[in-house]
Design a protein around this ligand. Structure first.
Ligand code: NAD
Length: 436
């Protein structure tokens, strides 16, 4: 099939590259010309494991192309995936202006039937607004459908997730839209991945409900971690003990410095607002947000307990990305922690395997904040090491070497990367989350 993807970010690129890998002809429309130029040269503007290979395969095979021209994109195929951003507005609701723009421009450009598919995360019933917008700007009699096909990929394993989904959710209104979506996903459903067909409103709601539920699991375990710290219990074993229960599951029970990223914070906010707009108080989610935002202060407290004061202390930071295997720093805890540490007078040497370029655009390097190219370089002469992201290369680091390089062997681990007994045996003063 021919497929159009509008928006060449994390979701659009992965969606386009994967659909091309599954045997379709794909045209990705991205409005930032520099991104398109880079992509045409076969360079990905983002880091995502496995994406470079798929882009190369698609570009060299001629099944994956890029353009800045939305009219060309819309008329390239019958199926137009909307993969643009839906960030938060100041009141917490989703800013749908990019989705509206795509609906409007699609209406003005289309010359024949189109199925517009919302892959962006949007509030329930956005499909009705998309439909109304297309009708308004179309001004001529061309049939179209609007479907919801929320995306559940995780950054860091996005390509794998797209090609091995726990489920595919498709919200459609008519048979034609349903048949197109079923056909498109056939290579995955034939391999046994479940496809749930719903109405569009239900599909839209499934996405916000899923992300909010996962954020709730994280805040829940973080609160239990606080309880562990005050009672002498061990959060890792509590999570393991809970996780064996199939009704609970072990995933997303990792205590730490809280959730971040481009999805959970904004989707929880949007879900609270969606409920509020229909007269419901989703107080549970407001508590999820509150617990999450308190993580930063709690981590700083831990650092201060370990170091007493931070003025002129040499601090190594491992990890800036909001999670491992990505260069994405949107809403990363590091964005709040680093300025707090700097305000208290710390002198920081930071290292992240992929996110330093993005981070150093927000916080320019200077005397108090240096970016180094190697994790061992970061800890040289440091009076403490703070771990903010659980990259595998940190878990595999030679910690004896780290101890020798540091001036003081103090580690404050915000992601429970190491085992306390092991760290103490190596001679570290080791602080972590929810473990005495
Ligand atoms: P992103 O910011 O990385 O990408 C959006 C892209 O769309 C940008 O490159 C932007 O330039 C482009 N764009 C905006 N308007 C355009 C237009 N009119 N024409 C062409 N291009 C346009 O965002 P993302 O992380 O890919 O997220 C996109 C959507 O998917 C959001 O709604 C998000 O909530 C949802 N989502 C994201 C993830 C994730 O892990 N990132 C997972 C599931 C769902």
């Amino acid at each position: 099939m021919r497929v159009t993807v509008i928006g060449g970010g994390y979701v659009g690129l992965v969606t386009g590259a994967c659909f091309s890998h599954l045997g379709n002809e794909v045209l990705i429309v991205e409005k930032v010309p520099e991104k398109v130029e880079k992509l045409r040269r076969g360079e990905s503007p983002i880091y995502e494991p496995g994406l470079d290979e798929l882009l190369k395969e698609g570009i060299e095979g001629g099944s994956l192309r890029f353009t800045t021209d939305i009219e060309e994109g819309v008329n390239f195929s019958d199926v137009v995936f909307i993969c643009v951003g839906t960030p938060s507005l100041p009141d917490g609701s989703a800013d749908l202006s990019q989705v509206e723009e795509v609906a409007r421009l699609t209406a003005k450009s289309m010359k024949s039937y189109k199925l517009l598919v919302e892959k962006s995360t949007v509030p329930v019933n956005t499909h009705q607004l998309v439909k109304k917008t297309v009708q308004r700007y179309l001004g001529r009699d061309i049939p179209f459908d609007v479907a919801s096909n929320p995306e559940f990929l995780r950054e860091g394993s996005a390509v794998y997730d797209f090609l091995n989904p726990d489920r595919i959710v498709v919200g459609v209104e008519g048979d034609k839209a349903r048949e197109i979506m079923e056909e498109l996903y056939r290579p995955l459903t034939e391999r046994g991945f479940p496809l749930l067909v719903t109405d569009p409103a239900t599909a839209e709601l499934i996405k916000h409900a899923s992300n909010s539920f996962l954020a709730m699991k994280i805040s829940f375990i973080n609160m239990v971690a606080d309880l562990c710290e005050r009672t002498g219990a061990d959060i890792e074993l509590v999570a393991e003990g809970m996780g064996y229960d199939k009704r609970i599951g072990r995933a997303f029970l990792n205590a730490g410095i809280g959730y971040g990223g481009s999805c959970f914070p904004k989707d929880v906010k949007a879900f609270i607002k969606i409920a509020e707009d229909v007269g419901l108080d989703f107080g549970l989610l407001r508590e999820v947000e509150k617990i999450n935002s308190e993580r930063i202060g709690r981590f700083i407290e831990k650092v201060l307990n370990a170091l007493w004061t931070l003025k002129d202390k040499k601090i190594a930071v491992w990890g800036l990305a909001f999670k491992p295997n990505t260069d994405d720093i949107r809403e990363a805890p590091s964005l709040k922690l680093i300025p707090e540490l700097l305000k208290k007078g710390a002198r920081i040497r930071a290292y992240d395997p992929k996110a330093m370029e993005n981070f150093s655009r927000v916080f320019l390097p200077g005397d108090d904040l240096m970016y180094v190219q190697d994790k061992y370089e970061a800890v040289k002469g440091a009076e403490a090491l703070l771990i903010l992201t659980e990259w595998e290369e940190f878990a595999k680091a030679d910690m004896e070497k780290v101890r020798e390089l540091m001036e003081l062997p103090i580690v404050v681990d915000g992601r429970n990367v190491f085992k306390p007994n092991h760290m103490r045996a190596l001679g570290f003063e080791y602080y972590s989350i929810g473990r005495s």
